[in-house]
Design a protein around this ligand. Sequence first.
Ligand SMILES: [Zn+2]
Length: 384
Amino acid sequence: MDRRRFIRTCGWYGAAALLGRALAARNLPPRLSRPPLDTPEGGLWAQCDRIEAQLRASPLLVRDEALASYLHGIVCRLAQEHCPDVRTYAVRTPWFNATMAPNGMTQVWSGLLLRCGNEAQLAAVLGHELGHYVMRHSLESLKDVKSRSAWAAVVGVVPIAGLAAVSALAAGGMAFSRDHERAADRIGLEVMAAAGYPPMEASRIWQDLLDELKAEQDWTGDARKQSILFATHPPTEERRKHLEELAAAAGGNDRDPGAGPLRQAIAPHRMGWMEDELKRRRLGESLALFTRLSQAEPEDGLARYFLGEVHRLRGGDEGERLALETYEKAAGLPGAPAEVHRALGRMHRKAGRADAMKQAFARYLELRPDAGDAEMIRSYLKEP
Ligand SMILES: [Zn+2]
């Protein structure tokens, strides 16, 4: 079936009442074949191939076979017959983003993995990107060489071109069009539902991401200027409602969203990725993120420790009070890192609580006798 006929047959904007039936029967467009090199699409593929070669050699590539195969499994369940054309890479960069390039290179950034509350939310973002991929939206969006280069920068391996660059891309019309967004949302919902995920998780993850941006003190009301993902995928109220309507019509919202498997897959990396998150110095966003993670899993000592870190970095009397309270809670939870005891020790030392300081530092050294700062901590223990 050619693409035009496919669009006609499926009727992107058909009645919502028909959606439930379409979900079970969704057929994606046929697999994409490599376009001739002397065409604009062929040029774009070649550019993506070069970026992919760089990505494979990049220190930012997360080299964890179990994680890679877990992520690729999700992409394949969504992509159906397109699976052999897609390659999936986890990339260590703390911003939330996922991209599926025209040549099938799929990037999932650690900032997104850290933020997804469950596998269904990840599948929602990937399903949406798959929608752009199968419909070849990038090509339609990018008619000239200049915008192709800009687009390649977005899917590229540069950890982050910087928010200024992202804003410029958004201002320059890099965002997918409203029609493309609606089509990708619809395909994303359909493929995630067909793969057995509860479709309502799609609007939840987009809303969570937006709420984080709104929590930042320099929030301007324009998410496109503060997020790579939103620069190319403008979040609008109309869009959220559209997603919720699609999800309600699709049903299946009582299914297990798969929080456990995602947590297990990213477990070895969470601490490093949380440290990366703090290094962004977007403390309003980080506060919203770690609050959400701690609420979703009240027994998660690691997320709770980092929530304490955010309070400490925000500073002031209130920040210190909340940091102390949060560290103390984290210290009693499973998964809390040894660093929580060091953090407590420092706070007690600063406040002149010698006994509590010694107890906390002793616990830290017990857990981390070979820590790089062990000598310094031991010297604190000798203080009167
Ligand atoms: Zn999109």
